[in-house]
Design a protein around this ligand. Structure first.
Ligand code: DMJ
Length: 652
């Protein structure tokens, strides 16, 4: 029998199969370890102890750093870049090929090497190519025929939507497409796009955009079809949600560019392959703006009910995100299991994320006649509207899903994690027919807050820029993401807000353009720091970690708005320069475009091997619209673009 007092003896006499032997030999092992430990010289023991504690502390610090890095990443997609960076294939040779035949390109790349102390600068006063102005003629027109849709909604209802978890409502509903079968309050306005031949500079530019799109599409189709993103250098793909993100993000661009064959193939994929019945965590914000937004806008442009069916299915599956104590949604949802959760290390959500899903959910309610989507997102806006912790209309970057309070107070930015809060205040007001005064009041007071706290002028060129405020200290840091602001400000002015907003928009537009032309590749970095001291020669500084370009759309987006509202052709010329530089430094010959690591090294921009879905969803779409003289093609009085460039109708 086992006896604690005599365990040494018992342990050697019992059968090796007896369970107690295991227990006793474990005890023995512990004891012999302890004996051996005590036999070690004191110095050796101290060294071992010291080393163990040191390793433990290192482990904790590494863990905290990891979480910190994650939190401070400029946005979720960057975090993914970082996450994937281990697997990104670094190539010795950049994916740079000569730009396609271009007019007036000589002045861009023939500059002497900058002096070593001035590696980041060149031609600060550069403007668009003047020769192109002279050759401008009546361009090709893409004429939209806007007609009332035949409301295919009423024929819908073939596929069964199977929902699980918290999405009980649909599970119990025997009607396969419950909301869709009701007639929506506004019938869909179908937009028929017709390509017409034409001549002139803008016709050439639009042709160049179509070619760029087709080149990007070729790479995606060949190496990544059905997957989220193309990795053009390694001729493979990256998966994020596993939902064919690039196809869905690109649908309405295909339609607007008039690429009918490609559109039909993409539509077939959506109809036959796209399924949300997947055990996968998706980010609520990203899947809303890219997938829900993409499906809804394509439904509006085409009138094809398949896109609305899919949108409704996804909308239902995202609803569990709102099951929080405060009803401020969690960042992530498992769309197959119907379970939502915050990131592992916090119960906070990002303010921009929870306040930039409203256009899409509200539109989904309008189309389906089911108020639950609108109610969920409207209550978030109402809650944020009433919340303390703002600073003169500016919001912090985080909000806690338990308490519903802002967290990490005192930091204010128009960049990552706050940006589209401001954008959606204005756009929801426009979407709803300018009736929701809380929204526009919050927007106006935020812009006043921006002017008072965040706007400064750089030295020596006095570029107007938007910095950040951290616990009362001003930082002259500006994300490229902030370049959405000129467009949004001009949109507000167009819709009747102060003309001062338009003036600020123009000044900021110039700055965003300078963020491109002052780089050696003519492409903007992710983040710049502006100089505030008169004695220095450069306005823009770039830190080594911020030199990348992800093919982002914000500057092109703003150029499009500014051109539409001012008709000043310099904005088209600026856009043309940027497109040429994308072709020169980011085009991958075998198909696709790649984000790059270093906009300051034209000899080796160092491809990152990733084509983000927003390059097709946003950047190329805004280029095309910028060069289009047909202002009825997505008329800005009838449509409002979501933050992923998917046009949704203004409610009438
Ligand atoms: C897009 O997903 C959206 O434009 C979002 O609002 C910001 N980030 C990317 C593009 O830069």
């Amino acid at each position: 029998m086992y006896s604690p007092q005599r365990r040494d003896f018992v342990s050697v006499t019992l059968s090796p199969n007896d369970g107690q032997v295991y227990n006793n030999s474990k005890t023995l092992r512990k004891q012999s370890f302890w004996r051996k430990w005590k036999q070690l010289p004191r110095l050796q023991r101290s060294l071992i102890l010291f080393f163990s504690v040191f390793m433990l502390i290192c482990g904790i610090i590494a863990y905290l750093n990891l979480a910190e890095q994650w939190m401070t990443f400029t946005e979720p997609s960057i975090a993914r870049q970082w996450e994937h960076s281990y697997s990104i294939q670094k190539l010795a040779n950049p994916a740079v090929i000569p730009a396609p035949k271009q007019e007036d390109d000589s002045h861009q790349h023939g500059l002497p090497e900058p002096p070593p102390q001035d590696l980041g600068r060149r031609f600060p006063n550069k403007r668009g190519p003047p020769l192109l102005e002279n050759r401008r003629q009546k361009e090709n027109v893409i004429e939209p025929k806007v007609e009332l849709g035949d409301d295919k909604l009423h024929e819908a209802g073939k596929s069964i939507i199977s929902l699980r978890g918290a999405m009980m409502e649909s599970e119990h509903n025997t009607d396969p497409l419950p909301g869709i079968l009701q007639k929506p309050t506004n019938p869909v306005a179908k937009v028929e796009i017709e390509q017409k031949q034409g001549t002139g500079v803008n016709s050439e530019r639009k042709k160049a955009v179509i070619e760029a799109f087709q080149h990007a599409w070729k790479g995606y189709r060949e190496f990544a079809w059905g997957h989220d993103e193309l990795k053009p250098i390694s001729k493979s793909f990256a998966e994020w949600f596993g939902l064919g993100l690039t196809i869905i993000d690109a649908l309405d661009t295909l339609w607007i560019l008039g690429l009918k064959e490609e559109f039909e193939e993409a539509k077939k994929w959506v109809a036959n392959e796209l399924s949300f019945e997947k055990n996968v965590d998706v980010n609520l914000f990203e899947s809303t703006i890219r997938i829900l937004g993409g499906l809804l806008s394509t439904y509006h442009l085409t009138g094809d009910s398949i896109f609305l069916e899919k949108a409704k299915d996804l909308g239902n599956r995202l609803m569990p995100a709102f099951n929080t104590l405060s009803h401020v949604p969690f960042s992530d949802v498992n769309i197959g299991r119907g379970v939502a959760h915050p990131p592992r290390w916090t119960s906070d959500s990002t303010v921009a994320e929870v306040t930039s899903i409203q256009l899409e959910f509200r539109e989904l309610s309008r189309l389906t006649g089911d108020d639950k989507f609108k109610n969920a997102v409207d209550s978030v806006m109402k809650h944020v509207h009433e919340l303390g912790g703002k600073h003169e209309g500016l919001v912090p970057m985080f909000i806690n899903t338990n308490s519903g309070q802002f967290s990490h107070l005192g930091v204010f930015t128009l960049g990552a994690r706050a940006d589209s809060y401001y954008e959606y205040l204005l756009k929801q007001w426009i979407q709803g027919g300018k009736k929701e005064t809380n929204l526009v009041e919050d927007y106006i007071s935020a812009i006043e807050g921006v002017k008072k706290n965040l706007i400064r002028k750089s030295e020596p060129k006095k570029l107007t820029f938007v910095g950040e405020l951290s616990h009362g200290h001003f930082s002259p840091k500006m994300d490229h993401l902030v370049c959405f602001l000129p467009g949004t400000l001009s949109l507000g002015a167009h819709h009747g807000l102060s003309p001062e907003h338009m003036e600020l928009a123009k000044a900021l537009m110039e700055t965003c353009y300078q963020m491109y032309v002052q780089m050696e590749t003519g492409l903007s970095p992710e983040i710049v720091h502006f100089n505030l001291y008169p004695q220095q020669s450069k306005d823009v500084e770039v830190k080594p970690a911020d030199r990348h370009n992800l093919l982002r759309p914000e500057t092109v987006e703003s150029l499009f708005y500014l051109y539409r509202f001012t008709k000043d052709r310099k904005y088209q010329d600026w856009g043309w320069e940027i497109l040429k530089n994308f072709n020169k430094y980011t085009l991958v010959p075998s198909g696709g475009y790649t984000s790059i690591n270093n906009v300051q090294n034209p000899n080796n921009p160092d491809p990152r091997d990733k084509m983000e879905s927003f390059f097709l969803g946003e950047t190329l779409k805004y280029f095309f619209l910028l060069f289009s003289e047909d202002f009825d093609l997505i008329n800005l009085d009838k449509y409002v673009f979501n933050t992923e460039a998917h046009p949704l109708p203004v409610w009438t």
